[in-house]
Ligand binder design. Sequence first.
Ligand code: GLN
Ligand code: ZN
Length: 745
Amino acid sequence: MSTAFGQSTVLGYPRIGANRELKKAVEAYWAGTVDADTLEATAAALRAEVWQILRNARLDAIPSNTFSYYDQVLDTAVAVGAVPDRFTRLGLSELDTYFAMARGVDTEPALELTKWFDTNYHYLVPEIVPGTTFSANPAKPLREYAEALDLGVTTRPVLVGPATFLLLAKGDDPFARLDDLVETYAEILAALADAGVAWVQLDEPGYVADRSPSEIDALRRAYTRLGGVSKRPQIFVATYFGELGDVLPALLDTPIEAIGLDLVAGPGNLNRLAAAGPLRGRTVVAGLVDGHNIWRTDLRTAVATGATVSGLADHVAVSTSCSLLHVPVDLSVETRLDPELHGRLAFARQKVDEVVLLGRALRDGTTQLPAPLPTAPARWRHDGVRERLAALRPIDRQRGDYPSRSARQQERLGLPELPTTTIGSFPQTVELRKARAAYRAGTLDEAGYVQRMRDEVAHVIRLQEQLGLDVLVHGEPERNDMVQYFGEQLDGFAATEHGWVQSYGSRCVRPPIIYGDVARKAPMTVDWSTYAQSLTSRPVKGMLTGPVTILAWSFVRVDQPLADTADQVALALRDECHDLEAAGITVIQVDEPALRETLPLRKIDQKAYLDWAVAAFRLATSGVAEDTQIHTHLCYSEFAEVITAIDALDADVTSIEASRSKMEVLDDLAAIGYRRGVGPGVWDIHSPRVPPHDEVVEALRRAVAAVPARRLWVNPDCGLKTRGYSEVEASLRHLVAAAAEVRER
Ligand code: GLN
Ligand code: ZN
């Protein structure tokens, strides 16, 4: 017997709760102030609330198992029994074993955390070793299915699909285990069918990237096998974040009953679908509402696309392009946004309404759809910025020759060989956060707040002088977040009050919205930097966030190319560099930690991205004099793929995360002929561990072997804001001593 899929669905919904209830509950559990039962009760209430919201919105195909205490990839690892021995050995409860994998315990580091495709969500990387034995553990999806059913809601359990799960895993060729893993999925499907589940959703976003013929074959084999399971739910394979390309025909070769296509990030999916010929007896789940950004859908265009899809398949359901996990929960609680901006936005709750409306419009053809939005109000335009952009010439992205620049910088700065520095932030202490909260609440006035921050700057400068660092930082105490801080000071940006989005585990971020032309109203960082510089005779680095990172960690307008928005941000930063320089700052760091993370998933799109990303960075940084030293900083990823772009940034010094990868990045840089300064991180700041002196010396020795000492800098992997002062002092002491020791030789 087959049950129809439904008319409208979402691929997932935020699980953190409208007021971040889940964050608060799990953090309370970790702190030991609530017990497991209380945590579980909060979680159940949040799940129930989501199902009720979706049902009351008249969504007729509702997902379950989209809830997670930490991460859906980790949940899938548990569901297939891929819990590494090093965690089962701990002998903890099921829940604590789960959290041990997510967060580590004293004796066992956590699973690695990394970016989920091109979003700012991070998943836990499954560890698959030859000894990993898979076993079906469908308890969670079954429990959630039953829970929803108790509320009168029939749901579709969601799991990460087997192929994507292994593509995301690390270990000894995990993907080779696919056939094996598929047998475990077959058991899970059978168990779901026994419980009466009619549809299951298996997410395979791993296939919107470039995949080899053998990987595509393996996918075909996997779904042919799952389709052959004798008693099973109908299978919906969801893909998102881009185009399926050659994978579509392969999937259509298998007996799956429904396929999900992202028609927002992958408009080309439509042509592929047309080329595949009419899909008899199958459902196409058309991702027409953007799950990755916060703008309202142009419903008339979307319904036209939906109608085209209808002509190509027997059944069509309307959906979000991806899970709504990546957008804030509810726009209706935002009361302080400019009404004209508010009217253009849709958060998760509003996107559900769009999906329902589109589903209805597709079915009956008579549903009235709202008119498209009028063009943006003129007051969001900034003619001055537009004129400057139009007048840009290649030379505006060009600095003088590196050798002459470098000589003049050295003359001015007089730095020793192997200069030591840090990446920018010093610990964000409880006191600093309290002061900021008090300032926001109005109980601390501006003068009082500024004084507190200045005291911190003075403390950080003194500390660095005592430790003997060569190039100092002011410590960034005044920054809540490296993007939000700039967003709050630039025209064209808006901040939400409650627009939280899960970044990983209990960590949520509130990305700013870029809605109009970006322009700088006034200097943003100059007072802090000059104050810091006034306290010392050593150089203090000015500290800015680069254009690519500002875009990556914001919700960006979609009415103009990203390249133009990036250039607008770059012009604001260029002016800031200019003002810093004029105020006597001799070294300026422009951070681009997100450069790698927003790299498009497909090779064919990568060049265009890297071109505008590099161009924007150069626009931001090339307006300074030759003897002003520009630094950049990159982290959070493997850099091999973007190494030529890093070179093309043309920064005088690049500090880069390297300690976990044992300095491999240096070989990559050498291989492409990078000739400027480089500071490979010699201390992994993502761990509270203080690196022993000898370990830093060893890392530095390795670095000196790969890069001539005169180009080498000594610094940690990243900023220190998440660390405590005791570790920071001890670690920096080792770092400075190690630099001195290696310098001696
Ligand atoms: N300057 C920033 C800091 O030190 C850089 C942070 C980052 O790379 N994510 O905090
Ligand atoms: Zn960093």
